[in-house]
Design a protein. Structure first.
Length: 452
């Protein structure tokens, strides 16, 4: 055990909810499990059937960070078994938090945290680690957190986070690659320059224990923000307006324990639906929330897919193929940037010419060059991709560059009706998709992992 590290938690578990954690998968998926390096696919088969959606990674990570402020244990249910979750687990455990992770249940207790410090070696691995800044500053009155790392899909500056914390009264400086922040925090009015999800969540958490009332405007409206606010309110916070463009937080002196179920992963749901229609198949996602995917589901229908949503089930089918559509990524409730790469792949074989405009991140077309290797016709013009539908894609060796691009290449491999596709650097996909090859195989795909 490393010095200062809390007792380790169990990373294996049983089959909770009928679609739970495979012990072998958990061992392979820990941050040190980098020996898995390729996914092999032989495509040309329609995907058919149903698949359960896991808990949302982008909800679970800030929920875990929020527990830093709790004076009693918190339990999270429906936690996904993913690299990013393990990375946050390791960061929080290194800081002194006690975490038990069994199956899809995670219990976190923060009373062992004694120093508000998040080291470079861990924060650099995942941008979401920066979520600890606001909670540490709120609890301890000071924090030292490394500047973050993560997917290379754009600059994604942390300036919005830091300016917001300064508006709450924090003094902030950058020293040797670390953000050093000192309080105390006081309620204030602050308008975000851009509706950043991460900044909205960091500032909302920090404001929970600031003195007075904080009003945040031009905030992000994503479902993950509502989920975080729900947990914080259960812990004793006073937050209103989450899900709108203005959030009001009345500061409290302390936060207690809570029990909370992580919302379904809307990006995972969308990815499986795209895989289904892109292969001219018929796929139903279970344990989903169609209200979290309004812009995306509308585009599927516009492209000619049959889409049905009932309760927590969403079905999409395209037995007769798809037609071109134009897509512009926008903050929620617009079309999600995290589904842009998958949708580009789907449109590679749609009839006609599609235009995809990326307005959220400036470097998120890295999958395009790999798709061209497989026979796609894609032209890039600044932040717009012009996709001309082609009769077929062919298997080829390709390389994943980030999380969502890796999912796009898997879909391309499933679409390719000749040859085999070998995807390298698939550690990216394990950051956001649990057991993806086994779940796709259950839908009829010919897909496997290959280890060195």
């Amino acid at each position: 055990m490393e010095a200062g590290q809390a007792p380790r938690r169990n990373l294996t578990g049983s089959n909770q909810m009928g679609h739970g954690t495979d012990e072998r998968w958990c061992v392979m998926s820990t941050p040190n499990g980098g020996f898995v390096d390729k996914i092999l696919i032989r495509g040309g088969k329609p995907l058919n059937g149903a698949v359960h959606v896991r808990g949302a990674k982008n909800a679970a990570l800030p929920l875990m960070a929020a527990v830093i402020m709790a004076e009693e244990p918190c339990t999270l249910h429906n936690v996904p078994c993913l690299h990013d979750v393990f990375t946050m687990d390791k960061l929080l455990s290194t800081m002194g938090m006690q975490i038990e992770f069994t199956g899809r249940y995670m219990t976190l207790q923060a009373d062992g945290i004694s120093e508000p410090y998040a080291p470079y070696d861990l924060v650099r691995k995942m941008r979401a680690s920066f979520f600890v800044l606001g909670p540490l500053l709120a609890r301890f009155g000071s924090a030292k957190v490394s500047l973050p790392g993560g997917c290379a899909i754009g600059t994604r500056p942390v300036d919005i986070h830091l300016k917001g914390l300064e508006a709450l009264g924090a003094s902030i400086c950058i020293e040797d690659g670390y953000v050093v922040a000192k309080g105390p925090l006081n309620g204030a009015n602050y308008a975000l320059d851009f509706p950043s999800v991460g900044a909205t969540e960091n500032l909302m958490m920090a404001a929970c224990r600031a003195k007075g009332v904080t009003r945040l405007t031009n905030v992000a409206r994503e479902p993950e923000i509502e989920d975080l606010a729900y947990l914080l309110n259960t812990m004793g916070a006073q937050i209103s307006g989450a899900g709108t463009d203005m959030i009001t937080v009345v500061g409290v002196d302390s936060l207690g324990g809570a029990e909370h179920v992580v919302i379904p992963d809307r990006i995972e749901a969308g990815t499986f639906l795209v895989a289904g229609v892109a292969t001219h198949g018929d796929v139903t996602v279970l344990n989903a929330n169609p209200d979290h995917l309004p812009g995306f589901l509308d585009k599927l229908r516009e492209a000619g897919a049959e889409v049905e949503a009932h309760g927590s089930r969403i079905r999409a089918a395209a037995p007769n193929g798809l037609r071109a559509v134009d897509v512009t990524t926008r903050p929620y409730p617009g079309f999600p940037t995290d589904l842009q790469a998958q949708t580009m792949t789907m449109l590679c074989r749609a009839e006609g010419v599609s235009h995809i405009k990326e307005t959220v991140f400036e470097n998120r077309f890295m999958q395009a060059a790999e798709l061209v290797r497989m026979g796609a016709d894609i032209t890039l013009d600044g932040n717009t991709a012009i996709v001309r539908g082609v009769p077929r894609l062919s298997g080829a060796p390709v390389m994943a560059s980030d999380l969502r691009a890796s999912a796009a290449l898997v879909i391309a491999g499933l679409m390719a009706d000749q040859g085999a596709t070998a995807i390298a650097r698939v550690y990216h996909i394990d950051r956001g998709y649990e057991q993806i090859e086994e779940r796709l195989a259950a839908l009829g795909a010919t897909i496997e992992r290959v280890r060195n």
